[in-house]
Write a protein that binds this ligand. Structure first.
Ligand SMILES: Cc1ncc(C[n+]2csc(CCOP(=O)(O)OP(=O)(O)O)c2C)c(N)n1
Length: 296
């Protein structure tokens, strides 16, 4: 695993050509980043593993291929913006930001410790690379719409991405944001829904059903793409395809697995916000390490 600060994982240049070796490299790294998150949550016995694991491929594809960002110039005005609306899952965001060079990788193990820059919910004033504070769910679409509108008004081509959980869609303000983005035809905005089917206490169907998601977003005036969110090639292709759609906001519905990669964590709401025991940590590590080896 890339655990040393001087290890720089490769950033692939933006482009629509996705050779198999590049997708495989990014997919392997997504699993390595799950291991990093597991260590972080285990270290201080606190954090959200399930929804961090489900978003690994998407965040890896964004930061190591798709987003125009520069860790050396984090305030570059025309950089792309990522609104990480499902803020509780920020252990994966922090991991990818550190690996991309926004802050030292060794700092990751301070996650959720007192006085750490890496708090349990993202805070841009503290953490380099974080664009928007999050924690209270539901604000990603409205914030993203505002950012996309301001980009257009400034004549900037920067793109805005907002990552939401599917449980988060229970918040009414999401749908107000969706109306606004469609009204103003905000085609610099792409929303990505981490549709893992599970939220805090049970399945999204039990708690508050939101399906059929594709039909809902389409009827709100959005261009809809639906993918398998753990298939790196599909993730890369969908991000590119969204760039080619003009005159409408875009939504990528990524079908994912909460707790992806660890058999006893997958689909289990217990792992929304629980920390592993020593035994569970070792078992999870063994499964993830075996998966990393499959990619080598
Ligand atoms: C407004 C608001 N209500 C409730 C919560 C508590 N909460 C934190 S995570 C969560 C479940 C989120 O589910 P989902 O969006 O599907 O996230 P994921 O499964 O991707 O982790 C809830 C209800 C919150 N953070 N904000």
């Amino acid at each position: 695993m890339d655990s040393k600060d001087n290890t720089k994982p490769r950033v692939y240049p933006y482009g629509t050509n996705h050779p198999a070796h590049m997708a495989a490299d990014l997919a392997r790294r997504a699993t390595e980043y799950r291991i990093q998150v597991l260590r972080m949550v285990y270290q201080h016995q606190t954090g959200h593993i399930g929804g961090a694991f489900s978003i690994a491929e998407i965040l890896t594809a964004l930061y190591f291929h798709h987003l125009r960002v520069d860790p050396a110039h984090p305030a570059w005005p025309d950089r792309d913006r990522l609104v990480f609306s499902k803020g509780h899952a920020c252990a994966m965001l922090y991991t990818v930001l550190a690996q991309r060079g926004f802050f030292p990788v060794k700092e990751l193990l301070t996650f959720r410790a007192l006085n750490s820059r890496l708090q349990g919910h993202p805070e841009p004033a503290k953490t380099p690379g974080v664009e928007v504070p999050a924690g209270p769910l539901g604000h990603g679409v409205a914030i993203g719409a505002g950012m996309a509108l301001s980009a257009r008004m400034e004549g900037s081509r920067r793109r805005v991405y907002a990552i939401l959980g599917d449980g988060e869609l229970n918040s009414g303000v999401i749908w107000e944001g969706a109306l606004v983005a469609a009204k103003f035809r905000l085609d610099q905005l792409t929303v990505i829904i981490d549709a893992n089917g599970i939220q805090q206490t049970g399945s999204t169907t039990q708690v508050m059903p939101t399906e059929p998601l594709a039909e809902k977003w389409r009827s709100f005036g959005w261009h809809v793409l639906e993918i398998h969110g753990h298939n790196m090639l599909q993730v890369l292709d969908a991000l590119d395809e969204a760039d080619e759609i003009h005159g409408q906001p875009k939504v990528i519905i990524a079908r994912t697995t909460k707790g992806k990669g660890v058999s006893f964590m997958e689909y289990n709401p217990y792992w929304h916000g629980s920390a592993p025991t020593a035994e569970q940590f070792q078992a999870a590590l063994a499964e993830l390490e075996a998966e990393v080896r499959q990619w080598q």
